[in-house]
Design a protein around this ligand. Structure first.
Ligand code: CA
Length: 424
């Protein structure tokens, strides 16, 4: 950690000093607003980095990267350049700085539309929450919920990057093949079991060459930052198609991400020890293990998902929280996911998105998807309007938020990952 994590720091952008703001001066996440301009969130404002660079306020070495239309060139910069940029940005917006030159490079967040900030070449979704794996496994195999490989190998599937959308984009209910358990044949039509999955996303900064695995000890150097992910899932399409090759059309119709990328450097104060393994659990194989990863490989980022139905909006009722869990409870750390992903020589590239899989915790209110909360729709939940939900209905809006708190440090947040469901 360094002086940029000092909880006493204040900004001359007054809204950044509100203790409830997701974007205090200690955060400084990167995003891209239309039509392709890189900015940094500070309070309810955005600092336009292209404009700052044009005015000579940023180091010449990052000028090209911060003036690009997407974050990839910036994400690939050496760690020293990124640390230097963070320090410089802090100098520009901290209380007492000369705001004269900087103030007119601010735009209000409410005045611009955010974009998917990264050209995402590949998207991989893990299954790193053992609580989620057990909750879902129990629905299908009550006596033997966890498959024997789970405690040994980080499970994942290759997702689809083309359908990743930014928060606020409406999501179409997908149609597909689904088969009722006792029906003789499947039918084709709109999914009747649409779900959300509350997840964390990790963006790759520097990639690796094909054939050259990233060791678990070096994985941190390849991570740029984090966002929130909602891996929308059509459970009925998924259940019929997934054997033997895994998720396909039940997942790839839409994945929503939050627009701001919180850097690993900003997240440094919220590092935590790897979640404890049970007494009967095997130790990770050596390529997935390091002393440093045990001690500080996890991150305490809390996620919360809420549902707001059309009727709730109409009645002016607040959204209802469905899930809340921390990624500190994941069975596999981000470094283990990266080490495993590249252990066969697979190359990751700058801008790749690695998602955690549904984040669930051990508690009853810590289940990160409706399939877990409602027992695959069998036990619907009641909304404040009296409506029932086994799965999502058209008009439902799901918002996932995330934040970090730790005694002695500022609270930082991720903004929101929001999507409303519309009929196809
Ligand atoms: Ca998922």
């Amino acid at each position: 950690m360094n002086e940029t994590h000092d909880p006493e720091l204040r900004s001359w952008v007054e809204s950044a000093n509100d203790p409830h703001s997701d974007f205090p001066i200690q955060n400084l996440p990167f995003g891209v607003f239309e039509p392709g301009v890189i900015g940094v969130a500070i309070g309810d404002q955005i600092l336009n980095l292209r404009e700052c660079a044009r005015r000579g306020l940023l180091p010449a070495s990052v000028r090209e990267a911060v003036s690009a239309p997407l974050l990839n060139p910036l994400m690939g910069l050496p760690a020293g350049e990124l640390t230097g940029l963070r320090r410089r940005l802090m100098e520009l917006v901290r209380q007492g700085a000369d705001r004269e030159q900087v103030e007119s490079a601010l735009v209000a967040q409410g005045d611009v539309a955010m974009m998917v900030p990264v050209a995402i070449g590949d998207y991989t979704d893990f299954y790193a929450s053992i609580h989620h794996a057990i909750n879902v496994g129990r629905l299908f195999r009550p006596d033997n919920p966890l498959l024997p490989n789970y405690r040994w190998v980080p499970i994942a599937y290759h997702g689809r990057a083309s359908s990743i959308v930014v928060s606020g984009t409406r999501v179409h209910r997908p149609s597909g093949q689904r088969k009722e358990p006792h029906a003789n044949a499947p039918e084709f039509g709109p999914s009747k079991a649409l779900d959300y999955e509350m997840e964390a996303g990790f963006f790759i900064g520097r990639g690796n060459a094909l054939g050259e695995p990233i060791g678990v000890g070096e994985a941190g150097e390849h991570l740029f930052g984090m966002c929130i992910v909602n891996d929308w899932s059509a459970r009925d399409i998924q259940a019929w198609e997934y054997q033997p090759l895994g998720p396909f059309l039940g997942k790839n119709f839409a994945t929503t991400i939050s627009p701001w990328v919180v850097t690993m450097e900003a997240l440094e104060p919220y590092r935590a020890g790897r979640a404890g393994r049970g007494a009967d659990d095997p130790e990770p194989l050596p390529y997935l293990d390091s002393e440093n990863d045990r001690r500080r490989g996890a991150l305490d980022v809390r996620l919360s998902a809420s549902l707001w139905s059309r009727e709730m909006r109409g009645q002016g009722t607040a959204a209802m929280e469905l899930s809340s869990a921390t990624i500190a409870d994941l069975y596999w750390t981000p470094a283990q996911m990266i080490a495993h992903h590249t252990s066969n020589g697979c190359n990751l590239r700058t801008g790749d998105l690695i998602a955690s899989g549904t984040v669930s915790g051990p508690g009853a209110r810590e289940r990160g998807s409706l399939i877990e909360i409602t027992g695959r729709g069998a036990e619907p939940i009641a909304l404040p309007t009296g409506e029932k939900r086994g799965f999502l209905e058209d008009g439902d809006e799901v918002t996932i938020r995330a934040w970090c708190t730790r005694e002695g440090f500022a609270r930082i947040g991720f903004g929101e990952c929001r999507g409303a469901l519309i009929h196809a």
